[in-house]
Write a protein that binds this ligand. Structure first.
Ligand code: ZN
Length: 99
Protein backbone atom coordinates (compact mmCIF):
# COMPACT_ATOMS: atom_id res chain seq x y z
CA UNK A 1 0.00 0.00 0.00
CA UNK A 2 1.28 3.44 -0.91
CA UNK A 3 2.31 5.54 2.03
CA UNK A 4 0.55 8.85 2.38
CA UNK A 5 2.12 11.24 4.80
CA UNK A 6 -0.19 12.35 7.57
CA UNK A 7 0.48 15.95 6.75
CA UNK A 8 -0.60 15.59 3.13
CA UNK A 9 -3.63 13.62 4.16
CA UNK A 10 -4.64 16.23 6.72
CA UNK A 11 -4.12 19.03 4.23
CA UNK A 12 -6.39 17.32 1.71
CA UNK A 13 -8.96 16.61 4.39
CA UNK A 14 -8.86 20.18 5.63
CA UNK A 15 -9.27 21.64 2.17
CA UNK A 16 -12.26 19.48 1.43
CA UNK A 17 -14.05 19.78 4.73
CA UNK A 18 -13.74 23.42 5.56
CA UNK A 19 -15.12 24.58 2.20
CA UNK A 20 -18.55 25.94 2.92
CA UNK A 21 -19.86 24.18 5.98
CA UNK A 22 -22.12 26.29 8.17
CA UNK A 23 -23.61 25.69 11.61
CA UNK A 24 -26.82 23.72 11.27
CA UNK A 25 -28.35 25.55 14.24
CA UNK A 26 -27.70 29.18 13.38
CA UNK A 27 -25.90 29.17 10.03
CA UNK A 28 -22.83 30.79 11.58
CA UNK A 29 -19.23 30.29 10.62
CA UNK A 30 -17.54 27.19 12.01
CA UNK A 31 -13.99 26.21 12.79
CA UNK A 32 -12.99 22.68 11.83
CA UNK A 33 -10.83 20.37 13.93
CA UNK A 34 -8.91 18.04 11.61
CA UNK A 35 -7.90 15.79 14.47
CA UNK A 36 -11.36 15.39 16.00
CA UNK A 37 -13.43 15.73 12.84
CA UNK A 38 -15.67 18.32 14.48
CA UNK A 39 -17.12 21.64 13.43
CA UNK A 40 -17.50 24.17 16.24
CA UNK A 41 -19.74 27.14 15.57
CA UNK A 42 -18.06 30.43 16.28
CA UNK A 43 -21.43 32.10 16.84
CA UNK A 44 -23.38 29.75 19.13
CA UNK A 45 -20.78 27.13 20.10
CA UNK A 46 -22.73 24.20 18.68
CA UNK A 47 -20.46 21.23 17.92
CA UNK A 48 -21.14 18.87 15.02
CA UNK A 49 -19.19 15.81 14.01
CA UNK A 50 -18.58 15.10 10.36
CA UNK A 51 -18.40 11.52 9.08
CA UNK A 52 -14.74 11.29 10.00
CA UNK A 53 -15.56 12.47 13.53
CA UNK A 54 -18.40 9.97 13.81
CA UNK A 55 -16.20 7.08 12.70
CA UNK A 56 -13.42 8.11 15.07
CA UNK A 57 -15.86 8.42 17.96
CA UNK A 58 -17.50 5.06 17.21
CA UNK A 59 -14.12 3.30 16.90
CA UNK A 60 -12.97 4.71 20.23
CA UNK A 61 -16.02 3.26 21.93
CA UNK A 62 -16.18 0.03 19.87
CA UNK A 63 -12.68 -0.77 18.62
CA UNK A 64 -13.69 -4.21 17.39
CA UNK A 65 -16.13 -2.96 14.75
CA UNK A 66 -15.23 -3.80 11.18
CA UNK A 67 -15.40 -1.23 8.42
CA UNK A 68 -18.54 -2.87 7.05
CA UNK A 69 -20.22 -2.62 10.45
CA UNK A 70 -19.13 1.01 10.81
CA UNK A 71 -20.53 1.87 7.40
CA UNK A 72 -23.86 0.25 8.18
CA UNK A 73 -24.23 1.71 11.70
CA UNK A 74 -23.24 5.22 10.69
CA UNK A 75 -24.86 5.18 7.24
CA UNK A 76 -21.64 6.16 5.55
CA UNK A 77 -20.86 4.74 2.08
CA UNK A 78 -17.99 2.22 2.10
CA UNK A 79 -16.18 4.24 -0.56
CA UNK A 80 -16.12 7.29 1.70
CA UNK A 81 -15.38 5.30 4.85
CA UNK A 82 -12.37 3.60 3.22
CA UNK A 83 -10.84 6.99 2.46
CA UNK A 84 -10.47 7.76 6.16
CA UNK A 85 -8.38 4.66 6.66
CA UNK A 86 -5.90 5.59 3.93
CA UNK A 87 -2.66 6.77 5.46
CA UNK A 88 -3.40 4.97 8.71
CA UNK A 89 -5.26 7.86 10.27
CA UNK A 90 -7.92 5.43 11.37
CA UNK A 91 -7.25 1.76 11.92
CA UNK A 92 -9.12 -1.14 13.37
CA UNK A 93 -7.98 -4.61 14.35
CA UNK A 94 -10.40 -6.41 12.06
CA UNK A 95 -9.11 -4.78 8.87
CA UNK A 96 -7.10 -7.89 8.03
CA UNK A 97 -10.31 -9.93 7.84
CA UNK A 98 -11.49 -7.83 4.93
CA UNK A 99 -8.50 -8.49 2.72
ZN1 ZN B 1 -24.26 28.19 15.47
Amino acid sequence: MAQVSLKDFEKALYKRKISDHRCSKCGGRVSYSIVEGTYTCQECGFVEKDNYGKIKDMLERNPALSRIELASILHIPMRELNRYFVGGVLTNPRDSLLG
